[in-house]
Design a protein around this ligand. Structure first.
Ligand SMILES: Cc1cc2nc3c(=O)[nH]c(=O)nc-3n(C[C@H](O)[C@H](O)[C@H](O)COP(=O)(O)OP(=O)(O)OC[C@H]3O[C@@H](n4cnc5c(N)ncnc54)[C@H](O)[C@@H]3O)c2cc1C
Length: 286
């Protein structure tokens, strides 16, 4: 009865389902949670109207015109531009690494022209081929920036010593020789104007798409019907080939009766004595 099965109703599964439906296919979407959206799922808080991103702040950003045309069929975007601050020893710095952070952290006043030479002197040039995350970070950023912004934050995020993480995780360090504090550099950015859930509802709103929630697909159900799977691969194979080292994720939510809590939508906490990685303040969606 169906031409295709899509497992998972995150942004990928919803997009695939809609693209297949647009091509005339009858699609069944299976989602093990009780709602669509995956990691991008959000709820509008009824008492304040604030959109809460249940799995952490999600900013839509792309440089791909085709992707942008596709998503704009389902939503308008607000003009939100993401900025992230990193807190180290009670001081906040703008990410990513650029003139604002480096000038403030080293108490210097570098120009764009001076930054590459300054950083070259900071880097650990004794490391030939970095064998792990720590060596890669020391080779790219040097010990001071690594200790302050990367080492402990990464250890908290992965729940592992960076010496035991692959160098690939930090293949390149986004470095800006400007005062631009926008986190993403893509020309198209924003938050869906009516919230993420409306986007997924609109994507799945096709007579050719059926959605079954609270339905956990297992590999035993694989049939001749082409199936598009967007869940965890290790779980799909029932861990027969081992468990993959996923990034640790745990969310706690709270309410503060304040007009402003932290002055920015996301602050990253880089020090080891703070037992979490980030605080998101959801009302800051312009
Ligand atoms: C804290 C955080 C912040 C992020 N911020 C951004 C950001 O600002 N911008 C950005 O572009 N990206 C961001 N990302 C990355 C982004 O979340 C992912 O790239 C994106 O959500 C992946 O979408 P997906 O549909 O592939 O997977 P998911 O969103 O994980 O969706 C997969 C879905 O499949 C379902 N599923 C899994 N297994 C099964 C099964 N066996 N049967 C049925 N259903 C199943 C799951 O329940 C889930 O709903 C962030 C990620 C995190 C963790």
């Amino acid at each position: 009865m169906y031409d295709s099965i899509v497992v998972g109703a995150g942004i990928w599964g919803c997009s695939v389902a809609r693209l297949l439906a647009d091509r005339g296919k009858r699609v069944l979407v299976l989602e093990r949670r009780s709602a669509v959206g995956g990691n991008c799922r959000s709820d509008i808080d009824p008492s304040t109207g604030i959109e809460v991103h249940l799995h952490g702040s999600h900013i839509f950003h792309t440089s791909d015109e085709k992707v942008w045309r596709f998503i704009r069929r389902f939503t308008d975007f607000n003009c939100y531009r993401h900025q992230v601050m990193a807190k180290h020893r009670d001081r906040c710095y703008f990410l990513p690494l650029g003139l604002p952070l480096i000038n403030a952290f080293f108490n210097v006043n570098l120009s764009p022209r001076e930054l590459p030479g300054f950083l070259a002197k900071k880097r650990d040039s004794s490391i030939g081929a970095p064998g792990n995350f720590e060596e890669q970070a020391l080779a790219l950023a040097g010990p001071e920036l690594y200790e302050a912004f990367l080492k402990n934050y990464t250890a908290k995020q992965w729940n592992r010593d960076p010496k035991n993480l692959p160098a690939d995780l930090l293949r390149r360090l986004p470095l800006r020789a400007t005062y631009d504090t926008g986190y993403f550099a893509d020309p198209h950015q924003g938050i869906p104007a009516a919230g993420y859930q409306k986007v997924f509802e609109a994507m799945l709103d096709s007579p050719r798409i059926d959605v079954k929630l609270n339905t956990d697909f297992t590999i035993a159900e694989l049939s001749d019907v082409p199936t598009y799977y967007s869940g965890a691969p290790d779980r799909l194979f029932e861990y027969r080939f081992g468990a993959l080292p996923w990034r640790s994720l745990r969310f706690e939510t709270g309410r503060e009766a304040l007009t402003d809590f932290q002055g920015n939508s996301v602050i990253n906490y880089c020090d080891p004595d703070i037992p979490y990685t980030r605080i998101h303040e959801f009302k800051r969606r312009l």
